[in-house]
Design a protein around this ligand. Structure first.
Ligand code: ADP
Ligand code: ADP
Length: 231
């Protein structure tokens, strides 16, 4: 099966308190497949619906229409397996400030019930160049270190798919390069990567396939080479 299959996915947020009308239609029936093995970019301007889509896959937002499968598991009928097949790197950095990187990974492994013998905290911390910071409080880490720790945290249960929501929003050029290398390295080890971005350059550099969404609608879905050729 494809890594992810999205079929006519729709989301209408309920109107806010005091708001009249039907609420915001953030996704208007979006369909596409993410093939296994590549780096897939979901590109679109702010407000296009990218985070909504990711949050539905992560099980954090309920869809209002359509269906989705992750690694062949339906997100409704087989929610548990679907969730285990994906690692999500959220946009917001949320760590308990008094946990260390090592503890962050061990706690996450505990959440997922990864047996002690199968834990990969050292390997993951080395991969994101945080092994020498393993015992530092998270609050003392730089922004770049925290982002790298988030990536390691998402990989704790060894999911075949890694999804990153705007991984480089607001970071400087050097950190952006570092994160790109990290993502490309994970992909080279066989992890299917999906990332959202509003930077065309990021999608061009990193992704072998790009889907573009705007106002909750899919407006393109092509290999990067073809898409760039059209411009
Ligand atoms: P993107 O990630 O592409 O910037 P989002 O998925 O965050 O887009 O937002 C898509 C649309 O849905 C926007 O119009 C946004 O204001 C709206 N939206 C997002 N989250 C909520 C929410 N919790 N309640 C109501 N509207 C929301
Ligand atoms: P469960 O589905 O086992 O109830 P939760 O949704 O309560 O798991 O999440 C437990 C912890 O794991 C939280 O810190 C949450 O942010 C994190 N988490 C959940 N799903 C993922 C994921 N796919 N990738 C990374 N972290 C996740």
């Amino acid at each position: 099966p494809p890594a992810i299959r999205i079929d006519n996915l729709a989301k209408r947020y309920a109107p806010g308190k005091g708001e009249s009308g039907e609420g915001k239609q953030a996704l208007k029936g979006v369909s596409f497949d993410v093939p296994q093995g590549g780096i897939f970019g979901l590109l679109g301007p702010n407000g296009a619906g990218k985070s909504t889509l990711i949050n539905i896959l992560a099980g954090l937002v309920d869809k209002t229409g359509g269906s989705a499968e992750i690694w062949g598991f339906d997100i409704d009928r087989n929610r548990r397996n679907a969730k285990r097949a994906i690692g999500i790197v959220p946009q917001e950095i949320v760590f308990d400030p008094f946990f260390t990187p090592f503890e962050v990974l061990e706690n996450q492994a505990g959440f997922y019930g990864v047996p002690k013998a199968e834990r990969r905290s050292e390997e993951l911390l080395r991969a994101v160049h945080l092994w020498d910071k393993r015992d530092a409080y998270a609050r003392t880490l730089s922004g770049g270190m925290k982002r790298r720790l988030l990536i390691a945290k998402a990989m704790v249960h060894s999911p075949p798919i890694l999804v990153l929501d705007e991984p480089t929003a607001g970071v400087d050029v050097e950190l952006r390069r570092q994160l790109w290398e990290l993502v490309a390295g994970l992909n080279a080890q066989g992890v299917t990567v999906v990332l959202t971005t509003h930077y065309l350059e990021e999608a061009e550099q990193l992704c072998d396939r790009i889907a573009i969404i705007n106002h909750g609608e899919l407006i393109a879905n092509k290999p990067t080479r073809e898409l760039i050729g059209m411009a």
